[in-house]
Ligand binder design. Structure first.
Ligand code: ADP
Ligand code: MG
Length: 393
């Protein structure tokens, strides 16, 4: 951290003058163990915060402007707190200006700041660099203005920022786990009640290995928004077909409802609904398996999740499938699936600790052979959530 802090301070001095009294916040990326595309259906998810994070250095500048530099993008920008984000300038600024606007929409009064962003979360790789950026900014702005905002409210404000100002209709999982993640525990979140339970997760005998396909398909955000629409249609249709049951979100359906829907819904909508309904059930089972340290059961659920995302929700891609199939064929692997929104990004594999090295080596080799791409591979453990490291003064 000291090296990073020094790098941020150096950049801050270079751009804005003194770094005396610099405030620092950080927020982690995340990897979702299971529960994909369930958050915006008011269902369950089971992510962990990871070691890769985004750090923001900031200081009030006595004006109504925000001057921001991203060391990741090697780019600077500036915006006024008194204007609605225009969408002009570099795309990434929408996340920062969006958080400022969403905080102000929630009637939180802000002051202008100078800021520098430094991140170790791979950008666009499915480990939620976007939420790490939003949440680190959402801690920095109120801190600089001397106000305290409750964490659940911050999660919703960050989601709002991404929905309204970055054009991505994401659910609340990424922002929530960035704020509530804990060392040694997964976060089982009920996305309807916004209540979570920490599920202890020891990584002594088995580990989670995240493999980045290094593929980013352009389709990701347009298909994501399309899936959301189909889910909304599914809710309307299901509530008509199952009249008498109150269906406000796909969360309200049970696996037992599916047979009654199959003949009534169009085949594509049915498949999307089936994914969400079965995935919610898998999350609950996975949390139980995790508590019992039953890695075999957890692995089976992860495999089933991948098949459902590939065949029913259709958000996988050849590279994700290749990565998962390679992992499935390796010794010591309990289970493997794509993780994140899909169309590229990462897979997550649960493997016994004594097979981690061989898995990493073999996946790197075989994936390169099959696709010509070089993957990045991370061994992940649950880490702590976002924090104000030091307030500005
Ligand atoms: P993911 O969240 O999986 O990494 P997204 O497409 O949701 O992928 O978010 C990536 C976008 O978030 C980037 O294209 C950029 O606009 C913004 N972003 C993330 N991290 C940074 C950063 N350190 N500096 C500037 N922008 C960032
Ligand atoms: Mg994202």
């Amino acid at each position: 951290m000291l090296d990073r802090e020094n790098a941020i301070r150096l950049k801050f001095r270079e751009l804005y003058g003194s770094d005396q009294g610099l405030g620092l916040t950080r927020a982690p990326g995340r990897v979702n163990i299971i529960g994909e595309h369930t958050d915006y259906n008011q269902g369950y998810v089971l992510p962990i915060a990871i070691a890769q994070d985004t750090v923001v250095g900031f200081k009030p500048n006595g004006s109504r402007r925000v001057n921001v530099h991203s060391m990741t993008m090697e780019e600077s920008a500036s915006f006024s707190l008194d204007e609605t984000p225009s969408g002009e300038g570099p795309r990434w600024v929408r996340y920062v200006a969006g958080v400022a606007a969403a905080l102000q929409d929630a009637r939180i009064e802000l002051a202008g700041i100078d800021m520098v962003i430094h991140s170790t979360v791979p950008v666009g790789g499915g480990l939620s660099s976007s939420a790490a950026l939003e949440v680190s900014c959402a801690l920095a702005f109120p801190s600089a203005a001397g106000v305290d905002v409750e964490r659940k409210k911050l999660a919703l404000i960050c989601q709002d920022a991404e929905n309204k100002y970055a054009g991505m209709r994401c659910g609340v999982m990424d922002q929530y786990v960035a704020l509530f993640g804990r060392e040694g525990a997964a976060v089982k979140l009920d996305c309807r009640s916004l209540e979570h339970e920490l599920v202890p997760l020891s990584t002594e005998t088995a580990k989670f290995v995240v493999c980045d396909t290094s593929i980013r398909h352009e389709l990701a955000s347009s298909e994501y928004n399309k899936r959301r629409q189909t889910c909304e249609r599914g809710v309307q249709e299901a509530s008509r077909i199952l009249s008498g049951e109150s269906v406000n979100a796909l969360r309200d359906l049970e696996p037992g409802d599916l047979s009654g829907l199959e003949t009534e819904l169009d085949p594509v909508t049915f498949k999307r609904v089936r994914h969400v309904v079965t995935e919610n059930a898998r999350v609950l089972e996975a949390a139980r398996a995790m508590k019992a340290e039953n890695y075999i059961a957890l692995g089976v659920l992860m495999d089933a999740s991948h098949e459902s995302l590939r065949d029913d929700y259709e958000v996988s891609c050849p590279e994700l499938d290749a990565m998962v199939e390679i992992a499935w064929s390796q010794p010591g692997v309990y289970g493997s699936r794509m993780t994140g929104g899909g169309f590229g990004g990462c897979t997550i594999t649960l493997v016994s600790s004594d097979h981690v090295d061989s898995l990493c080596k073999n996946v790197a080799l075989s994936y390169r052979e099959r696709t010509g791409n070089v993957p990045s591979i991370y061994v992940c453990a649950p880490e702590k959530g976002a924090e104000v490291i030091s307030p500005a003064f």
